[in-house]
Ligand binder design. Structure first.
Ligand SMILES: [Zn+2]
Length: 171
């Protein structure tokens, strides 16, 4: 089922999410399915639970955007263990549609998380996957990608969003 993606301005996007405590349930499975469906529909490569209005530490990622099979990743209660190096690249957010900016991120990321069954796993990522993992992880702390751009660029984006809101083109 498609869920509505919450846009910037909704206070839920700036809150800290709560840990997921129940695993292996049909509800969790359904939620994960819905998140992938919603993410693919919006042509995204990552989606965090607060983006569909749920304050849960859960993200889904597919760096191919569904173009190739077998790249679906689910991170529940993720923790960034370590980061290394850096990369600069264009980033956008399904909750801030229409805006992209260059963002500096770590190149290599080690992450620990639980899967749908509550099993902990470790994963080391590079390049684009690192960028997506860090972006989605930020959402769980209420942090949006434009926190990582210059204040001037952020102000320009916020001004344009305010204008879209006034015109009723942002909800
Ligand atoms: Zn985002």
């Amino acid at each position: 089922m498609l869920r509505k993606i919450v846009k910037y301005g909704d206070p839920i996007l700036e809150k800290v999410c709560d840990p997921v405590t129940e695993f292996n349930t049909p509800e969790l499975e359904q939620l994960i399915d819905d998140m992938f469906e919603t993410m693919y529909d919006a042509k995204g490569v990552g989606l965090a639970a607060p983006q569909i209005g749920l304050l849960k530490r859960l993200t889904v990622i597919d760096p191919t955007g569904g173009e190739e099979e077998g790249h679906q990743l689910v991170f529940i209660n993720p923790e960034i263990v370590s980061t290394e190096g850096e990369q600069v690249g264009e980033e956008g957010c399904l909750s801030i549609p229409g805006f992209r900016e260059n963002v500096k991120r770590a190149f290599t990321v080690k992450v620990r998380a639980q899967d749908e069954k509550g099993e902990w796993f470790d994963l080391t990522s590079e390049e684009l996957l690192s960028r997506v993992i860090l972006h989605e992880n930020d959402h769980l702390s209420g942090v949006l990608f434009f926190k990582h751009v210059s204040r001037l660029k952020r102000e320009i984006i916020l001004r344009k969003i305010r204008k879209l809101k006034r015109n009723g083109e942002w909800d």
